[in-house]
Design a binder for this molecule. Structure first.
Ligand code: PLP
Length: 866
């Protein structure tokens, strides 16, 4: 008989065990092995069966057992010690508090008192399945690292009733999706309540007078609260109730409602939450990808309604405090909506003002998301236009993004497009196996691992210790893989008696290559199958065999991806090789932590430069796994010749040929470099291999950590953003003057002109080391010399007088005469054909980049020497 309804009765803990509740409620346990050990000891068999979920464990453990523990002095002592440790973690000053003091002492300007971090998905632990892949896990690692460093940060996202799907395989290897419902009562979450105890809710007006209302769940990620909005409540009609049903499920109309809720509802939620809890208001808003882009609009509306700022003033204020991180180097990956759909939700009244965000002109809003196609509203473009600071997620991705979005800054060189980069990272305590965490500690000299820039003591860990550990981690992977493969074959319709062979798939002694990530075309899951016979020979080599473990989910609507998966599964089904190559269904964080730690080599072969960063190779590196990767994403900047191998990129345009060449390069590397090094043994140990591991750990360890990433954000983005907000003064009064200035500059700009340019100091025969004096005479069209920056641009010239490889020298104002006169001394530092010109850009202390306003005037050919 099926139940009509279900509910979860939360267990009543005996008083003596009260601190256990707190240890479970705070997700710090998910990266804190002593806490996990305590939970294990509550009931080891149950802990295993419930796959390490402490909320479920407490719900399932018998009352007798709890009473027994309540009377067990050793257990109670451990519990109290862990509780004290957690309280210290939650309250003691950390890196951020030191930085705040330092910044104060050096007059370097303040850091933000509050930061809000918005993301469509968050992967904190597999027991809170609210993520689909890398983007969400990055967001989770960001929160954990912000917690470790002590940042005053609050995460904001949505709670999906059905999360992302669970994956299984059909008999013929096709992906099937299941969406089990997650009851929030059974998740490590608590409802946020208002002061009077009622559920705190936020609402977003919908066209036709409807309201989309959400309650707010809170997860505690160490010191960082994560707020998750949930529309599955009575107050909503059926359609709106389903807004938060699935992550990345549904059509554009469904998606825009989710994004409106995240951006607009999210701002309201974080503000109410901060106020209720006496926390400082958020000064900096960070959008992890463009999905939360509407947050800028709702903040503009508030500044308009509450402080009387105009559209331009509000935009300036919002831009100053907003940071936008873009994650995709491919135009097709960008989130775009039909313009009409956006107009429908912003719902203009007779005056053209939005009913959703009263007082704001819909035409101006739409302009923020404008792109080439007038029928499309581009969330990334809105991100750049509403955030003064923006970045890609690896150096190469920063460069690719500057190119991709160069059209937003016409007249500027690609290098000047104001998009920087912060290379992603991963959270060490989450992703390093606990034994490896000890190794990291020894290599760093037990400094604070969250803030150590170097791990200088690679020699304190010897090869024997690493080798033993690597063997342990590989065995763990083999055990896990055997379990998963058997379960998968049972789901595919096999019976227990046919599956004896699954107990011996993989070999704990063999070189193991791991490959796991979302199945998207550019990641080329099946590149290794280009020459199936060659791969078979590699796998089945009688002396020096190789085994491969593969996993990943394809987006439910991506049939192309599912076909790749099927091809892989069918290849791995072959009885001749099925003990050497496995596809494991239902890749999640739990599986990733075993896989990324247990492989010897982590393979990554995307189409360069389409992998923005990639993070699983970083998880692997922290466990002493060597990367074998195309030079893309993070690997492009952190491969140093000794921490793994780079698969050469072919550079050919024809896709088939490219894949053939790159696959051949991959096989070559495996056969000629990877396999020989792994099987070259001294006293049974591959010392050459182990030396590479020790180098990898000490070199990459500090660099791939998410705490390094978050420190980079604080120094390069959050700090400058807070100072930009503060620079507008109390009540943002400075925005009035700044917006008026911008208006005047825009109005005057078409008339700004470089009238004459002349030089002296170099004769007929300029030679290296000469100094050229450049003078320019400008018509500033009513602007003053303080409103502009005038620069000499020098560079190499080609036959068409086109400048490349340019350098800039700022000119100084030397007075008025025939126009505004500027001058600079330019040393000739290069030989060969050199050219120069003069350009003018707007200048104001509130601008973060010269390209920001998209205004530049360059001397034209008629600006002749006089
Ligand atoms: C780390 C991780 C990813 C991201 O892997 P990439 O290498 O960045 O593609 C995806 N899914 C899971 C479950 C992960 O743990």
């Amino acid at each position: 008989m099926k139940a009509l309804r279900r509910f979860i009765v939360r267990p009543q803990l005996p008083d003596q065990l009260a601190p256990l509740g707190g240890l479970i409620r705070n997700l710090r346990w998910s990266w804190h092995s002593p806490s996990q050990d305590l939970f294990t000891d509550i009931d080891p068999e149950l802990w295993q069966r419930l796959e390490g979920d402490p909320v479920k464990l407490l719900g399932a453990v018998s009352k007798d057992r709890l009473e027994q523990l309540a009377a067990d002095p050793a257990f109670l002592e451990r519990m109290h010690a862990l509780d004290a440790d957690l309280q210290a973690y939650l309250t003691a000053p950390r890196w951020y508090q030191q930085q705040t003091q330092l910044a104060g002492a050096q007059g370097a300007g303040e850091l933000p008192a509050g930061i809000a971090y918005f993301s469509m998905e968050f992967g904190i632990t597999e027991v809170l399945p609210n993520y689909s892949g890398g983007l969400g896990i990055l967001a989770g690692d960001h929160l954990k690292s912000a917690s470790d460093l002590g940042l005053p940060l609050v995460g904001v996202g949505l709670l999906y009733r059905f999360g992302y799907f669970w994956q299984s395989l059909s008999a013929d290897g096709w992906q099937t999706e299941h969406y089990p419902a997650h009851d929030p009562q059974g998740l490590p979450l608590e409802l946020v309540r208002a002061a009077d105890g009622s559920e705190l809710t936020v609402s977003v007006p919908m066209p036709g007078g409807r309201e989309m209302t959400a309650r707010i769940w809170r997860a505690d990620v160490g010191r960082v609260p994560l707020l998750l909005l949930d529309t599955d409540i009575e107050a909503n009609d059926d359609e709106l109730r389903h807004t938060t049903d699935k992550l990345y499920g549904g059509d554009q109309n469904h998606r825009i409602k989710q994004e409106l809720l995240l951006g607009i509802g999210g701002v309201r939620a974080v503000q109410a939450f901060n106020e209720l809890n006496g926390r400082a208001p958020a000064e900096v808003f960070h959008m992890n990808e463009g999905h939360a882009g509407f947050l800028g609009l709702t903040r503009m509306r508030e500044l308009h309604a509450e402080r009387g700022l105009s559209w331009g003033e509000a935009l300036a204020a919002v831009r100053a405090g907003t940071v936008f991180t873009t994650h995709t180097p491919v135009p097709a990956g960008i989130d775009r909506f039909p313009t009409d759909l956006v107009r429908h939700y912003f719902d203009p009244d007779e005056q053209g003002n939005s009913r959703l965000l009263p007082g704001l002109p819909v035409a101006d809003m739409l302009a923020l998301g404008a792109e080439d196609d007038p029928d499309r509203f581009n969330m990334a473009h809105m991100g750049f236009r509403t955030a003064q600071r923006a970045n890609g997620v690896a150096k190469l991705h920063g460069a690719v993004s500057r190119e991709m979005f160069a059209d937003l800054y016409p007249g500027f060189d690609t290098a000047e497009v104001p998009i920087g980069s912060v290379t992603n990272g991963v959270h060490l305590p989450t992703w390093a196996a606990r034994e490896m965490y000890q190794v990291a500690g020894d290599m760093s000299g037990w400094q604070d691992l969250a803030s150590a820039d170097e791990w200088p003591y690679a020699d304190r860990v010897d090869n024997e210790r690493i080798w033993t550990l690597r063997n342990t981690l590989r065995s763990r992977l083999v055990q896990m893989a055997r379990r998963v493969v058997k379960k998968s074959w049972l789901q595919r319709g096999a019976t227990e008696v046919e599956l004896g062979w699954t107990d011996t798939v993989l070999d704990p002694e063999i070189l193991t290559i791991g490959f796991a990530r979302r199945v998207s075309t550019y990641k080329r899951l099946t590149l290794m199958l280009r020459d199936p016979e060659r791969l078979k020979r590699i796998l089945l080599d009688p002396e020096r065999p190789v085994q491969m473990v593969i996993a990943g989910k394809a987006h439910p609507a991506d049939d192309g991806g599912k076909r790749f998966m099927q091809e892989m599964v069918r290849f791995a089904d072959d009885p001749e090789i099925r003990h050497r190559i496995l596809f494991l269904p239902d890749y999640d964080m739990g599986m990733a932590s075993v896989l990324c730690a247990g492989a010897d080599v982590w393979l990554n072969n995307p189409i360069r430069p389409q992998e923005a960063s990639g993070t699983s190779g970083m998880k692997a590196a922290l466990n002493g796994v060597l990367n074998l990767s195309i030079s893309d994403g993070w690997w492009d900047e952190l491969y140093d010749g000794r921490d793994g191998w780079t698969i050469p990129t072919s550079g050919v345009a024809d896709e088939n040929r490219r894949d053939d060449l790159e696959a051949a390069a991959l096989y070559d590397l495996v056969e000629s470099r990877v396999v020989p090094l792994f099987y070259d043994r001294q006293d049974g140990r591959p010392d050459g291999w182990l030396d590479m591991i020790r180098h990898t750990l000490s070199y990459l360890g500090p660099r791939v950590q998410a705490t390094r990433m978050v420190r980079d954000y604080v120094q390069g983005y959050y700090g400058p953003a807070a100072r930009a907000v503060h620079a507008f003064g109390p009540d943002l009064a400075g925005t009035k003057e700044f917006a008026a200035w911008q208006h005047a500059v825009r109005a005057a700009w078409p008339q700004v002109r470089v009238m004459h340019v002349d030089t002296s100091g170099v004769g007929q025969d300029p030679s290296l080391g000469n100094v050229m004096t450049v003078r320019a005479y400008l018509d500033l069209a009513g602007l003053t010399e303080k409103d502009v920056l005038v620069q000499v641009v020098t560079g190499t010239v080609d036959g068409n007088e086109e400048l490349s490889d340019t350098a800039l020298v700022d000119m100084t104002y030397v007075g008025n005469g025939d126009g505004h006169r500027f001058q600079a001394d330019v040393p000739l530092e290069r030989s060969g054909p050199i050219g120069y010109t003069v350009r003018v850009v707007p200048a104001n202390p509130h601008l973060a980049s010269v390209a920001e306003m998209g205004l530049v005037t360059t001397a034209s050919a008629d600006a002749q020497p006089r």
